[in-house]
Write a protein that binds this ligand. Sequence first.
Ligand code: ADP
Ligand code: MG
Length: 485
Amino acid sequence: MTKLFSSIRWKVLLAFFLIIGLSFLVMAGTLTNLLGNYLFEQRIRADRAGLEKLAVQVAPLLSRGEMTALSERLNRAGSDLSGRLLLLDADGKVQLDSYREAHGQRIEYPEVVSILLLGQTADYGVHSLKTGEEVAMDNPLSFGRGEEWVSYSTASVIQSSKVIGVLLLVSSVGEMMRNLYTLSDNLVLIFVVVAVVALLAGMIFSRVLTKPIVTLTEVIGRMSKGDFAARVPETGSGELKHLATAFNSMSERLETLDQSRNEFVSNASHELKTPLATMKILIESLIYQPDMQTELRTEFLTDINAEINRLSAIVSDLLTLVQVDAHSMRLDREKMSLSAVAKETAHRLEPMARQRGQTIDLALEDSGDMYADKSKLRQVVYNLLDNAIKYTQEGGSIHLSVTRSGRDIVLTVQDNGPGIKAEHLPHVFDRFYRVDKARSRDSGGTGLGLSIVRQIVLLHGGNIRAESEEGKGSRFVVELPVHKG
Ligand SMILES: Nc1ncnc2c1ncn2[C@@H]1O[C@H](COP(=O)(O)OP(=O)(O)O)[C@@H](O)[C@H]1O
Ligand SMILES: [Mg+2]
């Protein structure tokens, strides 16, 4: 229940209820008023027609003073018009009263005054029977319910273009008012029914409307507890469906990220564990065989040293990777020449290539300056060149080039080594991925070199691809935007 009275659901319900309720009230009020006005108008017209006809008939009788005939006529007409009929003279004094009560009295109702003093030919008004107070007719529902209401209807009696008297009809409008009250009471009853229905409909409607949001909240809750596989149903249409779709694609991405993070951690631990295990065996042998031959001991120690080097290579590659992985990490861009960096790096690796009887030939165009992170690009060239030397057979040749292509500077490292099989090619940039694990390990590889390269290139807004034909060699192409300072 508390859920219902907070949130959108409650607001929708309230809005629904208010809109339906208010429009009903306005409609009902207008309807009763219109009906009331219509009924009054009918009544006025009927009374006036009857009175005016009667006025024409009584005018000669009054001017001749034939009171008996007049009285007879008035009594008949009074019962025809179902009311009390009075005939006043030009001073407003009662000459005849069908109820025989008010003879000689002077009547000063506004309806009489408007004829005798203001020159109107007819008038109409509604009054309280008890107090005589007049009420406005245009809002019949404002009449008090407890009182009896009567209408005063007047018409002038004219003889030879002179007003010689006034006919006054007093009749009850109680019956009419009662009908109006019944109507408005019924409308109130209908309003209650409509309100209940509106409330129920509003509850259903708001439930339907807020259901996707409730589901989404639940799923977000599950995700925040680590269940990245949670998805929301992409049903319905419009904005809520778009929201669900956007949310699902976001959670898919989160799930992938979570998986790759787990994979990374388990791969990294595995890579660190292998050299540690080897070292443990070697060290235990040294401990439990104190009388070991010197040559063997030296061999063991050399192996331990090699494993330590491996460990430290992995750790330093991991550190680099974590550093370039953090997108928040800024590049230290400076004005630099990629050709110069390539030349310098080739020079550093030259001895290693020479040892393997390989040649490195350079085709370094003066590609102009660019704004980039020099030490990171140095690492890119180093890793690519290092791979080319390591994975190419002795006596092979390596080609390193830097050229300008439109807005990009393109670095290519090509070798005529064994190449990479098509099935491995898409994975060489993955972390810890090595085509030949044993061989890579022997040559000191960690499987992280190319993934570091790719991260650095992506950080610079560039891209990298590998091409290879088995048996003929591999080629790595890096395209970097010049990036004006
Ligand atoms: N020039 C190349 N020729 C053949 N294979 C290569 C070459 N460069 C990379 N590779 C393959 O891609 C794998 C991943 O490379 P890298 O990420 O640098 O890891 P590592 O060199 O530490 O093994 C290597 O193990 C190797 O199998
Ligand atoms: Mg490498």
